[in-house]
Design a protein around this ligand. Structure first.
Ligand code: ADP
Ligand code: MG
Length: 355
């Protein structure tokens, strides 16, 4: 082998570091949207509208009626690690909000064209600003980069255009806009079921009808009906489960033994964040195997609240995974409570058909 001298080690340019981080956090348009939805919910919104063009690659716009952003904060809004939600590392142990590291908007600004329009209760007008690579930029060359006054209602509108425009390999990897749109609908639908008191809508740009539309005052079952249909909503049983020793409270709706499909649908929220858990999914399927025909699977919405001190949300930048203490015991107790509920419904049905 030819031995050559080692190349010198150099620090990466900050912008390169940020662009790499952005690509890790936002792999597809749906990941950007999930962060934006969580920001809107964190801001106390009761109305949340999503607009999508080309599966979110061309346009992803979310409009909320939350508390808005102070004009004075707009210059640092999209810098990495700027947040209104976390001050110390120890705050991470009791975090109640969705976001916590101030990375979402920064990341988006590195890989898309980002426009923010926002108005707080006390401001006399709305302010609009454009961002690139974490910084304010002029809307047109030659103009000032400062936020511009504009008309608008209280709340925030975030517009993300041309996602991955400067990451061509990533951009080219998306073959189907409708596949990306379906992922977006899935996530909007999850939050629309979970977020009590918040109205959601989601539609494709240029189409007059919405694909998802829920009202802020409708019940959980009604929201499930609107998004997943009556075949699911008509067969739901409510369940709760809790244990002080393990510091958790769970509640949800799950289908009875009348309902079964080929694939399990699990809407799982841990401390109000939509996450996935193979362990919970498997345990639920195992629970249902005693009630459903072979190959049949349930539809389940489970909202699990765990004492924040027992949860480690800091496993991964995407926060798609969550670790918590006594996971096995908690899952077993929840499934036992679901099983009890299912058995009660099942026997009363058998009883009724026998009389
Ligand atoms: P994080 O949510 O982790 O704080 P983000 O980059 O997602 O980081 O957002 C940065 C900050 O911008 C938030 O802490 C919040 O103060 C503000 N913000 C973002 N989106 C909204 C919104 N829709 N309404 C009000 N404030 C927002
Ligand atoms: Mg956030």
């Amino acid at each position: 082998a030819v031995v050559t001298a080692p190349r010198r080690i150099k620090a990466l340019d900050q912008d390169v570091v940020n662009k790499i981080a952005a690509g890790e956090i936002i792999v597809a348009p749906v990941h950007a949207l999930k962060e934006l939805i969580e920001n809107s919910v964190d801001a106390g919104s009761t109305l949340l509208e999503v607009l999508v063009k080309e599966g979110g690659l061309k346009l992803l716009q979310i409009t909320d009626n939350g508390h808005g952003i102070n004009k004075e904060d707009m210059p640092i809004l999209c810098e990495r690690f700027t947040t209104s939600k976390l001050k110390d590392f120890k705050d991470l142990e009791s975090i109640g909000t969705y976001g916590f590291r101030g990375e979402a908007l920064a990341s988006i600004s590195h890989i898309a064209h980002l426009t923010v329009t926002t108005k707080t209760k006390d401001s006399t007008c709305a302010w609009r600003a454009q961002y690139d690579a974490g910084r304010l930029v002029p809307a047109k060359p030659g103009q000032s980069a400062d936020p511009k006054p504009t008309a608008g209602r209280q709340g925030t509108q975030i517009t993300v255009e041309d996602l991955f425009y400067n990451v061509p390999t990533r951009r080219r990897a998306f073959r189907s806009a409708s596949e990306e749109y379906n992922k977006i609908l899935d996530v909007v639908g999850r939050y629309a079921v979970h977020c009590d008191g918040v109205a959601f809508s989601c539609k494709k740009h240029g189409e007059s009808s919405t694909t998802i539309s829920t009202q802020s005052n409708s019940s959980t079952v009604d929201r499930i009906r609107q998004i997943h249909g009556s075949s699911v909503a008509n067969e739901l049983i409510e369940f709760t489960s809790s244990d002080e020793k393990y510091g958790y409270r769970a509640r949800g709706w799950t289908t009875n033994a009348n309902y079964h499909v080929k694939k399990t649908t699990l809407l799982l929220f841990i401390n109000h964040r939509s996450v996935d858990s193979t362990n919970i999914r498997k345990a639920i399927e195992q629970t249902y195997s005693a009630f459903l025909p072979k190959g049949g699977h349930p539809w389940t919405y489970l909202s699990l609240e765990i004492d924040p001190h027992r949860v480690d949300v800091n496993v991964h930048p995407t926060k798609r995974e969550v670790n918590f203490l006594n996971e096995d015991e908690i899952i077993e107790k929840i499934c036992m409570d679901i099983r009890t509920k299912l058995a009660t419904v099942d026997t009363s049905r058998t009883f009724m058909t026998q009389t």
